[in-house]
Design a protein around this ligand. Structure first.
Ligand SMILES: Cc1cc2nc3c(=O)[nH]c(=O)nc-3n(C[C@H](O)[C@H](O)[C@H](O)COP(=O)(O)OP(=O)(O)OC[C@H]3O[C@@H](n4cnc5c(N)ncnc54)[C@H](O)[C@@H]3O)c2cc1C
Length: 472
């Protein structure tokens, strides 16, 4: 079933959730200035899904249309449709859509649970399908929490147990878990939060090798929101001072204070192989879609750069227009990696996954491209995004007339119109987006490790040996 963005917001506001912002517990959380942008962003994933058939495929599991982000991909076309959807969402939002980690969790738990059942004769896949049916029927918004707080990175999980989500009690009807996940994008605004391991584990570390789903009714789950300069800006209010009403990438720390999870929502329990499969699937799925996501962000930055040239009266300057051409090239290249990964992908236990090598290169090239594009935008924009007065100055009785006069550039645009573009560019250059691009979905270093392991170096070396006549 497909529900509207309004219905999603209505359902979300009915949840009792313990959310903290700046040390205070939030009441009426869907209307809080730091949470509302996330809710608005997720609402658009509902609205846009209904606009194109590719964004709302038919699911035989529930005999109905479902959101592309709740769908199990069966072939390359499915994956490409997902990448197109996410690129468009990123461009239209200029920020995270928050549901992509949920989609990655669905498409990695599906094959991992199936493999485990075939190997062990268990019923994890059946449990997972029951929840997936509910997700698709009710059109739930799903997110995924992997990153543990980890503590001292030089220690193994057993030596820093509390810093990893782990089992504290095994009961007949379920498990009790404790720990915390950090950097969680939008988890406080989701219906379902999948909790997956942050890394693979060795023998003896089974208590950490768990995957489960959290529902709104689960007790002991607390959310502490991030607090950057942008969050402070959002609390300050204004009409356009914040740059982008959908906000920057808003994350939280999720505390699990002895949370009971019934067995029907536990999908991996103390299984090292399933954990490895799950994380490999998740990593390639997330890194690959990240390339399309970045393409959409770059499209947004390119639009902003083009408008900036117009409001500054510089849109006919070839050296600056060339920078826009470069930005378009980076965006298309990032999306092309995702489309190529889908086309050269592979089937795993009923799920179509992207090509592993290409998916990981999407992370590396995507980050490099993102960096270049922010630089281009900064060059095009001049210094004004970080030096401009505020919307409040423009509206002030005392200094408004000066801002009105001195902030105009191209006379075809008012000071207010130019300031709206300036604030949007400020948002792109100074918000959490760059770090989000670098580390979201795992640091580039993690993707490079995958590339080193997966690349066929023997074949490459042999090719060079043949050319230069090297015998050994
Ligand atoms: C905006 C944003 C949104 C995010 N959203 C989510 C989300 O929704 N869900 C989720 O689960 N996670 C999310 N993440 C987390 C992201 O996956 C992590 O930031 C990433 O995996 C790196 O972990 P860390 O930040 O804890 O870095 P750290 O573990 O502190 O590492 C710091 C740096 O050191 C490197 N490093 C660490 N250990 C080693 C080692 N042994 N050898 C070599 N290098 C090492 C890392 O690669 C990294 O570059 C998000 C992150 C950001 C910034």
């Amino acid at each position: 079933m497909l529900i509207s963005g309004d219905k999603y917001v209505e359902r979300l506001s009915g949840y009792e959730r313990e959310i903290y912002v700046r040390g205070e517990k939030v009441e009426d959380f869907t209307n809080h200035p730091n949470i509302k942008p996330v809710v608005k962003s997720i609402a658009l994933t509902y609205e846009l899904a209904g606009k194109k058939d590719e964004y709302s495929p038919y699911s035989k599991l529930v005999d109905d249309k479902v959101n592309r982000l709740n769908y199990v991909n069966e072939n390359a076309e499915d994956l490409i449709a997902r990448y197109d959807f996410q690129r468009e969402l990123s461009m239209r939002l200029g920020t995270c859509n928050y549901r992509c980690t949920g989609c990655d969790a669905i498409n990695s738990l599906y094959p991992a649970t199936k493999e485990m059942d075939e190997r062990l004769g268990t019923d994890y896949h059946k449990r997972f399908l029951e929840l997936l049916k509910e997700i698709q029927r009710k059109d739930y918004a799903c997110t995924a929490a992997l990153t543990d707080t980890k503590g001292d990175r030089s220690k193994r999980p057993k030596e820093a147990k509390d810093m990893y989500v782990h089992v504290v009690e095994k009961r007949e009807d379920g498990i009790v878990v404790s720990g915390a996940k950090i950097h969680q994008s939008g988890a406080f605004a989701a219906d379902i939060n999948f909790v997956l391991p942050t890394q693979t584990f060795k023998e003896g570390e089974e208590e950490f090798a768990i995957a489960f789903a959290v529902k709104p009714e689960d007790e002991g789950v607390k959310y502490i929101l991030q607090n950057t300069g942008y969050q402070a800006k959002f609390r300050e209010g204004g009409e356009f001072e914040i740059g982008n009403p959908y906000g920057d990438r808003i994350t939280c720390t999720v505390i699990f204070d002895n949370v009971f999870i019934p067995w029907e929502r536990v999908f991996v329990f103390e299984d090292l192989k399933a954990t490895r499969n799950l994380l490999t699937n998740f990593a390639i799925s997330h890194r690959c879609v990240g390339a399309s996501c970045k393409a959409g962000f770059i499209d947004s930055m390119t639009g902003a750069a083009s408008l900036m040239l117009k409001v500054n009266g510089l849109d006919r300057v070839p050296v600056l227009r060339q920078k826009i051409g470069e930005m378009v090239g980076v965006s298309e290249a990032a999306h092309a990696i995702a489309v190529g990964s889908a086309t050269k992908g592979f089937e795993s236990y009923g799920t179509w996954l992207p090509n592993m090598l290409m998916a990981n290169s999407g992370k590396v090239i995507g980050v490099e491209g993102f960096n270049k594009v922010i630089m281009n935008l900064a060059e095009i924009a001049g210094g004004i995004p970080v030096t401009a007065p505020s919307e409040f100055d423009l509206k002030s009785e005392e200094v408004g007339k000066y801002v009105e006069k001195y902030l105009v550039a191209n006379p075809e645009f008012s000071a207010e119109e130019r300031m709206k573009v300036i604030k949007f560019v400020e948002f792109w250059i100074t918000s959490s987006h760059l770090l989000g691009a670098v580390h979201g979905g795992g640091s580039p270093a993690a993707a490079v490790v995958f590339l080193q392991i997966l690349a066929d170096m023997k074949e490459r070396e042999e090719a060079v040996r043949d050319i230069i006549g090297l015998k050994r």
